[in-house]
Design a protein around this ligand. Sequence first.
Ligand SMILES: Cc1ncc(COP(=O)(O)O)c(C=O)c1O
Length: 425
Amino acid sequence: MKFDRRNFIRAASVLSALSLNEIGSLAAKQQIKTDGKTIADDDEAYWQNVRQMFPLTKDWTYLNNGTFGPSPYPVIEAVKNGMLDADQMGNYGSYDATIPKIAKFVGANDDEIALTHNVTEGINTVCWGVPLQKGDEVILTTHEHIGNMAPWMNRVKVHGIVIRKYTPASTAAETLNRIAALINKKTRAIATPHIPCTQGQVLPVKEICKLAKDKGLFALIDGAHGSGMMPLDLHNMGCDTYASCCHKWMLGPKGTGYLYVRKDFQDTLQAFYSGGGTQDEKWNLMTDPVTIGNYAPSAHRYFGGTQANGLFTGVNASIDFIETIGLQNIHNRIKSLGKYTQDRLLEMGDKVTLITPTEEQSRCAVNGFTIKGVDYKKFYDTCVDNKIRIRMVPENGINCLRVSTHIYNNKAEVDKLMDLIKKAV
Ligand SMILES: Cc1ncc(COP(=O)(O)O)c(C=O)c1O
């Protein structure tokens, strides 16, 4: 950029605006501590303080947390400090604190968590490591994100497995029936999302895992949207694997994730990725490549090498941030904003079709809809022109629009989108 007076003044004003926001966030930090108390989902003064913690610009209305969650200031600061630790002092860094923190956050043991960069990486580790042969069947949905579609399609291409798909129904009970109807003697795994990216339906994942166990199948969950959207207890859920990320509902740094692999499943899920940390001490790496020891006695067998110390320090801070507010408080707030969104969409009668179920257990913070007679891509462009970020859903020809709300949003922002929809119809 040319260094002239105007650019200098612009840069200086951006810097001063940022520090003002940061000052505001420091004040808000004291106000958002709940010390374990319940906060009403409509306590707007409280949630306004939470909003202060985010550098999100007020010029744009961000209703697209399903793609990524913007981080609050303490996370950004932690990333910087994590990097400085290496870059100033030459510390190699450690993620020792991150694994137990994630494990506790999701109801797992420390030795069941592998660090990843994103959901896609976790799903690939699962998809390629699970023992399948030509003709074996895996059940997915018709609502897959490419991250849980491409790896399985690749196994179709390379190993000749077969994909069967179900379409989520408007009730959890009917969804379960549809999955059960696909199971036959060739079925080996149910590899379903917990919450599909398309319209955010919360699938009955515990019951799906039970069905899988009863039928002797692997339960391999795409948990992209579970972590941070709701309290998780992966042991209680009963899945074999859960691939998730810290960059959506956990509001952590982009490019961070984790893969849960149930302890008893680790000797079934073959590790293919090897390097520093993936093996136990019996491997004689320096002098005797013939002596082959065992894999690390934990999910560490699935990841190795240098990790992004700054980013994982940010993950620690994002869990601290969530716990300062309380995950249950967050869940209640975003579920009620999701319900508000549904109600406003339903008010528009037959002009708008809500494609997310209204059933209590099947809805949360993400909703999909179509507008009668309005091309979804055109409406998406209208949103961008009006500085509103939502997502188009071209997946599987669903061709809908998706709105997802997190704790930095409020009803007025949802109303802004609704006004635009009203104009469009
Ligand atoms: C349901 C689902 N699965 C997988 C992914 C891929 O996630 P990532 O980009 O972290 O790999 C996404 C991303 O939006 C998603 O929504």
